[in-house]
Design a protein around this ligand. Structure first.
Ligand code: HXC
Length: 258
């Protein structure tokens, strides 16, 4: 499929998706959402694809936010009746693993989409922020919630109230990103990490993702029960037999995804 606002490339079992509106610093308009929804849907249903990397075109920005020019004329009734931004929940309900690879600006909606990923790998040039308050609005795609979960109340509150940016080093130290790499190695490193995940038994990968996410939604006792049931369930798979046999026989596992 040809898209106008994103580039999609399959590299073996890894889908590389590049936000491609460099003239607007990859600002996220409704066309980007529509196309990403299709791309993530295809990814989830394509058994040959086992991890996805979402990155931005150019070195200047991952995404400088939701498209301000598109939002400017909207009123409450427009936003409320369209349930504006609710469509992003399709992206967050992706079942298979995906990584955000961030170079340059990840601001507003850009930061929020990066935080929708299972984890973020940042270039040393990355700058994260929720500057919406400067436009007299607030985060609207989950930023206040995900940022508070990721970096705690003090920094999340400070960032949402002042709109200041956080650089890559602070983002790593605060737990917002999994690691920081030199900008010119960002995509290579992210794809390499994605390949490592793609080589894992796919059902265990989905289960691991589901249970870590549950930690942010369930009380501890329920989360632990949820984890244990998923763990038990994996003993019903052929891959569990294969994985443990391969260990005992000192050879690599050969995964079926069943
Ligand atoms: C639409 C955008 C944009 C955005 C940049 N552009 N960000 N267009 N929506 N979010 C456009 C500019 O208008 C400009 O187009 C071109 O991209 C290049 O941007 P410049 O500002 O000229 O670049 P620079 O001077 O280098 O500054 C970079 C920047 C700045 C610091 C990132 O662009 C900026 O502050 N952008 C807005 C950041 C922001 O507020 N994001 C949050 C958006 S609200 P032209 O045509 O002039 O060349 C949001 C809401 C989420 O995400 C939910 C709550 C509603």
């Amino acid at each position: 499929t040809e898209y106008r606002t994103v580039l999609v490339e399959k590299r073996g079992a890894v889908t590389l998706v590049t936000l491609n509106r460099p003239e607007a610093l990859n600002a996220l308009n409704s066309e980007v959402l529509k196309e990403l929804t299709e791309v993530f849907g295809d990814y989830d249903s394509d058994a040959s694809q086992r991890c996805l990397v979402l990155t931005g075109s150019g070195e200047k920005a991952f995404a400088a936010g939701a498209d301000i020019k598109e939002m400017q004329p909207q009123g409450f009734a427009d936003m409320y009746s369209a349930d504006f931004f609710a469509g992003w929940e399709r992206i967050t309900s992706t079942r298979k693993p995906w990584i955000a690879a961030v170079a340059g600006y990840a601001l507003g909606g850009g930061c929020e989409v990066a935080m929708m990923a299972d984890f973020i790998i940042a270039a040393d040039t990355a700058k994260f922020g929720q500057p919406e308050i400067k436009l007299a609005v607030t985060p609207g795609m989950g930023g206040s919630q995900r940022l508070a979960h990721a970096i705690g109340k003090a920094k999340a509150m400070e960032m949402c109230l002042t709109g200041r940016m956080m650089d890559a080093a602070e983002a790593e130290q605060s737990g917002l990103v999994a690691k920081v790499v030199p900008a010119n190695e960002l995509v290579t490193e992210a794809v390499k990490t994605a390949e490592a995940i793609a080589a894992m038994p796919p059902l265990a990968a989905i289960a691991a993702k589901e249970m870590v996410n549950a930690a942010f939604e369930l009380p501890l006792a329920q989360g632990i029960r949820f984890e244990r049931r998923l763990f038990h369930g994996l003993f019903g798979t052929e891959d569990q037999k294969e994985g443990m046999a391969a260990f005992v026989e000192k050879r690599p596992g050969n995964w079926k995804g069943r």
